[in-house]
Design a protein around this ligand. Structure first.
Ligand code: G4P
Ligand code: NA
Ligand code: NA
Length: 189
């Protein structure tokens, strides 16, 4: 996606060989026009599928997921990183370990919002090691819903998440796939 790649090149900050900061349009401030195009691009990529539910994880997956939901007219569910005490008996839960942040979170989704009748598309802002997506896949499986695939705004293709998911036969569509970030230069596939 051309506009997204331009944004990454012009506004992204390469913090190290593996970490890209995109706080000006995705992770802190949000660019609504870019986000609208991102939603439309996901809709195009998965236009061969009937999506009844979009599943993401708080917080940075919510904006792109919502713009897709607006485009195709499907509701968006975001997994929560902290358990709501009032819901605890009624949750699908999974454990997500972040290598980047070296922390483990339990994520959960209310059983009210994912059912075996749903066709689910997973959306997230970044794909690195794939741990967040694995947790979301676990939750979809628990719910008995059909899994359509995974849409990612920025994949870091030099990390192992995308390859591992594709090897499992999961359809992964990323709008920008970064090959390397060495010497502060972002190179795409
Ligand atoms: P993984 O799910 O692919 O294994 O990724 P990882 O645990 O490494 O990522 C942990 C958090 O860091 C996630 O956000 C993820 O989106 C984000 N992340 C990973 N790599 C990068 C990167 O290069 N740049 C930026 N900006 N973020 C990255 P989170 O903790 O869930 O936070 P939130 O932003 O969604 O609230
Ligand atoms: Na995220
Ligand atoms: Na993030």
């Amino acid at each position: 996606m051309k506009l997204l790649k331009e944004k990454i090149v012009n506004e992204g900050k390469v913090l190290s060989d593996t970490v890209l900061k995109v706080d000006s349009f995705l992770n802190h401030q949000i660019d609504p026009l870019l986000m609208k195009e991102i939603g439309e691009e996901f809709a195009n990529r998965f236009s061969d599928q009937v999506i009844t539910k979009i599943l993401t994880i708080e917080s940075s997956g919510i904006a792109p997921a919502t713009m897709l939901g607006l485009t195709i007219g499907a509701p968006v569910v975001f997994a929560r990183k902290r358990k709501s005490l009032t819901l605890s008996g009624n949750l699908f839960s999974a454990t997500v370990h972040s290598f980047t942040k070296n922390e483990t979170n339990e994520i959960s989704v209310s059983k009210d919002f994912l059912t075996p009748e749903d066709n689910v598309l997973i959306i997230d802002d970044f794909l690195a090691n794939g741990e967040a997506v694995k947790g979301l896949l676990d939750i979809v499986e628990q719910s008995g819903a059909q899994m359509i695939g995974v849409g990612i705004v920025i994949e870091k293709g030099f990390q192992k998440g995308g390859a591992a998911l594709r090897e499992q036969g999961i359809r992964v569509e990323s709008l920008a796939n970064i090959k390397s970030m060495s010497n502060g230069n972002v190179e795409f596939y």
